[in-house]
Design a protein around this ligand. Sequence first.
Ligand code: FAD
Length: 465
Amino acid sequence: QRTLLWFRRDLRLFDQAALYHALKDAREVVPVFIFDRDILDALPRHDRRVAFIHGSIKELQLALRQAGSDLVVRHASAPAAIVQLAREYGVDAVYTNHDYEPAATARDAMVSHALEQTGVIFRTFKDQVIFERDEILTQAGGMFSVFTPYKRAWHSKLDDFYLRSYPVQRYIGNLAHLPPQTLPALTQLGFTEDTLAGLPITPGMTGGEFLFEDFRQRINRYHEARDFPGVKGPSYLSVHLRFGTVSIRELATFAHAQGGIGAETWLSELIWREFYQQILWHRPEVAEHAFKPEYDALPFPNNQDWFAAWCEGRTGYPIVDAAMRQLNQTGYMHNRLRMITASFLVKDLLIDWRWGERYFAEKLIDFDLAANNGGWQWAASTGCDAQPYFRIFNPVTQSQKFDPQGKFIRRYCPELAALGDKDIHAPWLVRSPVFGQLGADYPPPLVDHAVQREQALALFKVARA
Ligand code: FAD
């Protein structure tokens, strides 16, 4: 029996559910990866994610060669390519891991149907989360829409079974011996080569392992360091979790065994990730609509010029601008800053959260539909278990609290570097000649927070009425 193993957001050779089952069930396993034109053709040519995927695929292919096999790579529309490859290699089955995004679910239904017509079995497995879909439900059998009880239920269901890793090595000899396969260069795929140059991002399993190793040394301090963007507090593993170059079971097992408030806080973040994935699975319409229907059509004025200023990091609020420049320059943004910039866009600039969500989706190297949508709806107060609409972040006090010495601001807004620690958060209040060039090098604030706050409250009140 021969099986095709379709790699997607699980680009690793260890503790990989579909790979393990394929190797265990079949005599010969043919590993494949598709650069899916249905997704890639719409992306900007300098998209950093494609470079990350390409680097990870390169490493995966080398690892498969070392194991006596290879990786078959295609650049095509995925459903057609999979059906074609199944025929070409004469397989009985195609194995892959679950993807919970609505577009992926629809694609997989199509692939499954097409394969069925030719007598090929399509089997999928849970891999990227500890608990998926409806594995965690309320006592009444419904979906959890509040995080804390979900987390409690998650913990009480957890046991060794769910954390057990898949011993891929045990059956590795069942990988098919293949003639040498080629990997198209990024430019052949139509993308720019050097989008990761100069960034601290190493793709692939080695990149993930390196970051995890580094974070293990710091995990006990995570709870106190995680909120300060000028400090190396979080794990930076999000892009690796997104593309499966690390194993969620390995990370959760480590955090669980480590214990202590640092590791517990971090595990809680991994549970937030699963919380939003199950929300998206139960309520796929959140991808387009507010989770709370009464907030779906908030009458946002949507000022285009303000939106452009926000995107480009020139709102005149240093913490917001530094954050947006970090996103534009590196493809990453610190979690505290994602909350601040999202709140600022919706509650200060009165722009539809979906505009910001789309911009993040285009720029974030760790873009994940469930987490991004959940984060935006949280900040916009339109989501499940969201920030109440009347609690509005003040960008200046957030800045004073979480970047007290302006260390982060100075890194991304060098034109403000000469300002003192107290002045850097609200440069428009500085009257000294040190900052004489205000308006030349750095813009005055686009809006007055106190005024906009009132307008945001009024906007939400209209919707509630
Ligand atoms: P760590 O602090 O080390 O956390 C570990 C992991 O837990 C993360 O890698 C991530 O997988 C998960 N995680 C942490 N916080 C959250 C959260 N609030 N929701 C869901 N999962 C979480 N995360 C994404 O992975 N992709 C996104 O597209 C994304 N968009 C966001 C948009 C907004 C508006 C907000 C407020 C948050 C968003 N997040 C997103 C969540 C969070 O900001 C990032 O996961 C985190 O900053 C990534 O850095 P890290 O890996 O160093 O995180």
